[in-house]
Ligand binder design. Structure first.
Ligand SMILES: Cc1cc2nc3c(=O)[nH]c(=O)nc-3n(C[C@H](O)[C@H](O)[C@H](O)COP(=O)(O)O)c2cc1C
Length: 379
């Protein structure tokens, strides 16, 4: 498969920062997402331009130190994927230190600690966001991991366990005192899960508490959200997850917007090409596994990709009922053709709402799949 040339996006003055030997410029990061930000997806987004940093899915430090095959595979990086961070989670300082060292040895530019995951699987083992309730344990982990690394340690966290315990500034300071060189903050508490809206203003307290770069994260869906999040938080850069799943060009557009150049508007055909490139990467990346592995991933990614898009439910339905990889490709091709037949060549105004006055900005804010555009009767 040929690799496209990465478009060179101008970097706005001040929209870059340094972590160790690396310049993150533009100051945009693809957020870690389990089951999504694997090597193919990270490459895909990087190749579209405007992505300053990628982060792997979180990896269990326990599985890594046991040398579990799947965990090892998750640490595989591409030679041209830099700077890149490998994220780990766990609660045992010694194991976390071992795992961090292994990540460094596989070529990670940074090792990131997860203090944000709210999932029961992780918090019941008292890792992820559960560590926000155990500052002493978190401190031991920071010290052990920082002591084990030559590359920078970074931390991703939520604002706290709940609204009554928003201790992110203290935890962040603790991490930085131990040696952490960048902090990313999802503007929600563990108790919020994904409800409500990210509280970008509260991220400012973390920024004011530490002297290292801070990334603001949560609910950034448009270039204007990025502006607001940066303004309210005072952060040095943005980290975006779900927004990139719907609009893979979002990081590029944020970088362009900050630099004051025209925003890139992909055509429908480009969208088709990118989705198919991603499909191809998924299918080729793990060709050692049975077809149902790729099929499951294709279904998942199509679900994210179509949220809020015109007639997105139609493609989701076709994909979810597909029983082979070929059927997914055929269904996606039929969907793009269907849009073209209806003259929808730029039919993604909901996603790019603020750049397209035909759509109300509020429509683009929704991440809930139930909010998809209602199917219009065929012409
Ligand atoms: C499917 C999915 C998987 C996620 N996996 C991780 C993860 O492995 N590590 C992590 O720190 N955060 C994880 N997150 C949280 C995101 O990194 C991010 O903090 C959150 O989605 C809010 O940002 P967004 O609104 O830009 O998506 C995940 C989120 C989603 C939606």
């Amino acid at each position: 498969m040929s690799t496209p040339e990465i478009p060179k996006i101008p970097v706005a003055p001040g929209f870059s920062f340094r972590v160790g030997a690396h310049v993150i410029g533009p100051a945009t990061a693809l957020a870690p997402m389990e089951g999504v930000t694997d090597r193919p997806f990270r490459n895909l987004i990087r190749d579209l331009g405007g992505c300053g940093l990628t982060v792997t899915e979180f990896i269990s430090s326990e599985a890594l130190s046991r040398q579990a095959r799947r965990a090892w595979q998750m640490t595989e990086l591409d030679p041209n994927e830099h700077p890149v961070s490998i994220q780990i989670y766990g609660r045992d300082p010694a194991r976390m230190a071992d795992a961090a060292r292994l990540c460094q040895d596989t070529g990670a530019d940074f090792v990131d600690l997860n203090l944000g995951c709210p999932s029961k699987n992780v918090t019941s083992g008292c890792a992820g966001s559960a560590l926000l309730r155990e500052p002493e344990r978190a401190k031991e982990i920071f010290a052990a991991v920082a002591g084990a690394l030559r590359v920078p340690l970074t931390v991703k966290m939520r604002l706290g366990w709940d609204r009554e315990n928003m201790n992110a500034p203290e935890i962040a300071r603790m991490a930085v005192d131990a040696g952490a060189q960048m902090i990313a903050v999802h503007g929600r508490t563990k108790a919020c899960l994904y409800r409500g809206h990210a509280d970008w203003a509260s991220v400012r307290k973390v920024k004011e508490a530490v002297g290292v770069p801070v990334l603001v994260n949560g609910d950034i869906l448009t270039v204007h959200d990025a502006d607001r999040a940066l303004e309210q938080s005072g952060a040095d850069g943005v980290m975006v997850g779900r927004g990139v799943l719907r609009d893979p060009w979002l990081l590029r557009r944020i970088a362009e917007h900050r630099a004051g150049v025209d925003l890139y508007e992909p055509s429908l055909e480009e969208r088709r090409a990118v989705l198919f490139r991603y499909y191809d990467l998924i299918v080729h990346d793990r060709s050692d596994l049975p077809e149902r592995y790729a099929l499951g991933k294709l279904k998942k990614i199509t679900g994210y990709f179509t949220r809020g898009l015109p007639f997105g439910a139609r493609l989701r339905e076709a994909t979810f009922t597909s029983d082979s990889v070929q059927a997914v490709y055929d269904g996606a091709n039929a969907w793009f053709d269907f849009l073209l037949e209806r003259g929808i060549k730029d039919g993604f105004g909901r996603v790019f709402a603020e750049a397209d006055p035909r759509y109300k900005p509020d429509d683009a804010r929704r991440l809930d799949p139930r909010e998809d555009m209602v199917e219009a009767p065929s012409a």
